[in-house]
Design a protein around this ligand. Structure first.
Ligand SMILES: *Cc1c(COP(=O)(O)O)cnc(C)c1O
Length: 392
């Protein structure tokens, strides 16, 4: 394919990154080989030194993985992408590539629980200072900046309350303080939100979620500039080795081809479920950016091209009432995973956020009656009927 600049998102999702071999295969092949052979000693030396590009060893160069990386980079509008073994490996690689002993990292309080543990427990061990702030409070971010602040890290929309931060405004704050802005774009995917175009420096993905979209494999990616991702993050991957396997890269590659179709369908289904929930007397509150009662509804409309597939809601009657809704479902899967064709339901207070103290849960708005639903691609009527069973 010629320059990516000439093509729309949906075309890039299907075509970008593919390089046909001499076999003329139409679909992308899986290169299950650990290493690659060279034509001569001189060629081997030139490849290893980087003098000529090409495949060396699948810890850091594999054609199937490269096709996935090039396609995702095109979709995010980034110069470079590095695929990783998991979403957490992507976050770790981004931190290892950009932070060192004595640096300061600021993270929003409402991020994926394991991300909090990675920063709070493990990065601190290596002499990195970590602070957590309220996602939506821009002044809070400004106040938390220090001379040694090197990275601001956010997820937007957040999990499970779907709070949204103004990425462009936060990028300005980060850059004024000499720091990078990293955005975990897991909930929106590039089909709905492109953080790099809004000023972010790094985009993080758990490919496990919507990029695959069918719950088959664990993987991740970092997307950004040629220097920071193409050289620095790539260097960490090459050396430390939390690499994506060619087979998983192929699964994610095929996932990308239907990403925007799936995201549109997730958004449409989630809006229907959210609107229905908002009308139920047993529901105290619904959190979904597509409802005009959402505090950042306008911002979501300007920053995102869709409101996403995740919503949460508070059932009157606390934990017993919330658990009744979960246990009355017959079709929806009771699991903390998200981004799947199959709708999932979880009670954050006793699962994903169960390790927090009651006070921490109150601070982050995780009430006892809160349930999170990742709306899948089944019929919206069936999803609604399944949720209705436990609300009687
Ligand atoms: C799942 C998830 C991760 C971690 O990804 P893994 O692939 O499970 O390692 C990071 N961020 C968000 C927002 C997630 O939902």
């Amino acid at each position: 394919m010629d320059s990516y600049d000439n093509y729309d998102f949906d075309t890039l999702a299907v075509r970008a990154g593919q390089v046909r071999t001499g076999e003329g295969e139409h679909s992308e092949p899986i290169f299950t080989t650990s290493s690659f052979a060279f034509g001569s000693a001189a060629e081997a030396a030139a490849r290893f030194s980087g003098e000529i590009p090409g495949n060396i060893y699948s810890r850091f160069t594999n054609p199937t993985v490269r096709t996935f990386q090039d396609r995702l980079a095109a979709l995010e509008g980034g110069e470079a992408c590095v695929a990783t073994a998991s979403g957490m490996a992507a976050i770790l690689a981004a931190c290892m590539a950009t932070l060192q002993h004595g640096d300061h990292l600021i993270c929003s309080r409402s991020v994926f629980g394991t991300t909090t543990v990675l920063f709070d427990r493990y990065l601190r061990r290596f002499g990195i200072e970590v602070d957590f702030v309220n996602l939506c409070d821009l002044d809070g971010w400004r106040v938390a900046l220090r001379p040694n602040t090197r990275m601001l890290f956010v997820e937007t929309p957040s999990n499970p309350l779907t709070e949204i931060v103004d990425i462009a405004a936060l990028a300005e704050i980060a850059h004024a303080g000499g720091a990078l802005l990293a955005v975990d774009n897991c909930f929106c995917t590039p089909a709905l939100q492109r953080p790099l175009a809004l000023g972010a420096d790094l985009v993080i993905h758990s490919a496990t979620k919507y990029l695959d979209g069918q719950g088959r494999a664990v993987g991740g990616a970092v997307v950004g500039g040629a220097e920071i991702v193409g050289k620095e993050v790539f260097g960490v991957l090459r050396t430390a080795g939390p690499t994506m396997s060619p087979f998983n890269a192929w699964i994610f590659l095929k996932g990308l081809e239907t990403l925007s179709l799936r995201m549109r369908a997730h958004c449409a289904n989630a809006l229907r479920v959210a609107q229905w929930l908002a009308e139920q007397p047993q529901i105290e509150q619904v959190y979904y950016p597509g409802l005009d009662t959402h505090p950042q509804h306008m911002l979501a409309g300007s920053q995102q091209s869709g409101y996403g597939g995740i919503l949460s809601f508070v059932v009157r009657g606390g934990q017993p009432a919330a658990w009744r809704v979960v246990d009355a479902t017959r079709m929806i899967s009771i699991t903390a995973n998200l981004g799947d064709t199959k709708t999932t339901i979880t009670h954050p207070g006793t699962t994903t956020h169960g390790r927090l103290s009651p006070q921490q849960r109150a601070e982050t708005g995780i009430s006892d009656g809160l349930l999170r639903v990742a709306v899948g691609l089944e019929s919206a009527d069936d999803i609604i009927a399944d949720l209705a069973r436990g609300l009687g």
